[in-house]
Design a binder for this molecule. Structure first.
Ligand code: 8GT
Ligand code: MG
Length: 129
């Protein structure tokens, strides 16, 4: 299996805190905390996928985002390419439209959070900013 899943990921940032949701227990990497986002569909650009996923999952309208980094990771059962974007301007208060747990976490506490393996590069980058 050489198929790589492309994922648009949004780091929603406000007052040095980021917005996290908790993955459903039955999902890939279930029970771990994540930055909201999801798979790019064939007809979409990455920015379009980001806007759609953040609207669907957390109910915000992205007004401004900047690319942070791309991460390739092989989970063994799945290969992902995470396209990670800082979301600094948005409409509406983020929540989980899917009934998942969510919380705001200060950037300087991100190393304490139980994330999927691929996310350690994101955390390191955010801590360095
Ligand atoms: N959204 C998101 N996915 C991540 C992160 N880190 C990470 O390794 N992933 C992986 O990227 C993939 C993206 O998946 P997703 O499950 O959110 O995709 P989706 O929203 O389109 O879900 P669906 O499969 O229910 O349609 C999963 O395999 C997930 O484990 C992260 O911080 N946020
Ligand atoms: Mg998702």
């Amino acid at each position: 299996m050489t198929n790589i899943v492309e994922v648009a990921v949004g780091v929603i940032l406000r007052d040095k805190e980021v917005f996290l949701t908790r993955r459903a227990s039955e999902a890939h990497q279930g029970g771990k905390w994540e930055f909201p986002g999801g798979k790019r569909e064939a007809n979409e650009s990455m920015p379009e996928a980001l806007a759609r996923e953040l609207q669907e999952e957390v109910g915000i309208e992205v007004l401004a985002s900047t690319p942070l980094m791309q991460i390739s990771h092989d989970y063994g059962d799945k290969k992902v390419l995470l396209d990670v974007n800082l979301v600094v301007q948005f409409n509406n208060e983020p929540e989980s439209k899917e009934g998942l747990e969510f919380r705001w976490v200060p950037i300087n506490r991100l190393s304490e959070v139980d994330f999927p393996e691929a996310n350690s590069a994101i955390v390191n980058k955010l801590l360095a900013v």
